[in-house]
Design a protein. Structure first.
Length: 183
């Protein structure tokens, strides 16, 4: 969505822009890009997803271990229910519920951390794509770029997707998804 907004802002600016002498600029020359394809097929995007998947697997293993511990603790608590006094049982139940809530908080925190890392890495790809589009616009003479998903019809000759993808793969082959250690 950020990409579409940025592209449309550039399009509007191109439509209402004037040259240095205050004269209207020439007519619109349009190019089309499939940004979803770029996010799916670029080397940088693929490496981001691999990194995030690796972090997610580590997090999931840690969470699963904690869930197993809590499950065993819950089963023991259920066994002790008939043995313990009501007061002692309620105290142990509250302690268990606190641990369970803490685990839920950890899951949400880790999900947020991964989402932020993924967004930051994707933003780096977007910034690079916008620079490449600007360079191509200067070289090829187009002044408006539309996202493929926002157009009803266009000629394939208007697509700059493959050229942008090739340039992106050369310029930004890897993006590090920096995922900080959870608290």
């Amino acid at each position: 969505m950020k990409f579409a907004t940025a592209v449309y802002a550039l399009a509007v600016a191109a439509l209402v822009a004037t040259n240095a002498h205050g004269e209207p600029m020439a007519g619109a020359v349009i190019a089309v890009i499939d940004y979803q394809k770029i996010e799916r097929e670029s080397i940088a995007a693929q490496t981001i997803m691999e990194q995030v998947d690796d972090f997610r697997a580590v997090y999931q293993a840690e969470i699963t271990k904690q869930e197993d511990t809590l499950r065993a603790e819950r089963e023991e608590l259920e066994r002790q229910q008939t043995i313990l006094s009501a007061e002692a049982f309620n105290e142990k139940r509250r302690a268990f519920e606190t641990k369970y809530q803490e685990l839920q908080r950890q899951v949400m925190d880790r999900t947020r951390i991964l989402d932020r890392a993924l967004t930051a890495a994707r933003d780096e790809i977007l910034r690079t794509v916008l620079v490449i589009i600007g360079e191509f616009g200067t070289d090829l003479g187009f002044n408006i770029v539309l996202e493929k998903s926002q157009t009803f019809f266009f000629s394939n000759s208007m697509s700059i997707t493959d050229a942008v993808l090739t340039k992106l793969n050369q310029r930004l082959p890897v993006v590090a998804a920096s995922v900080p250690k959870p608290e």
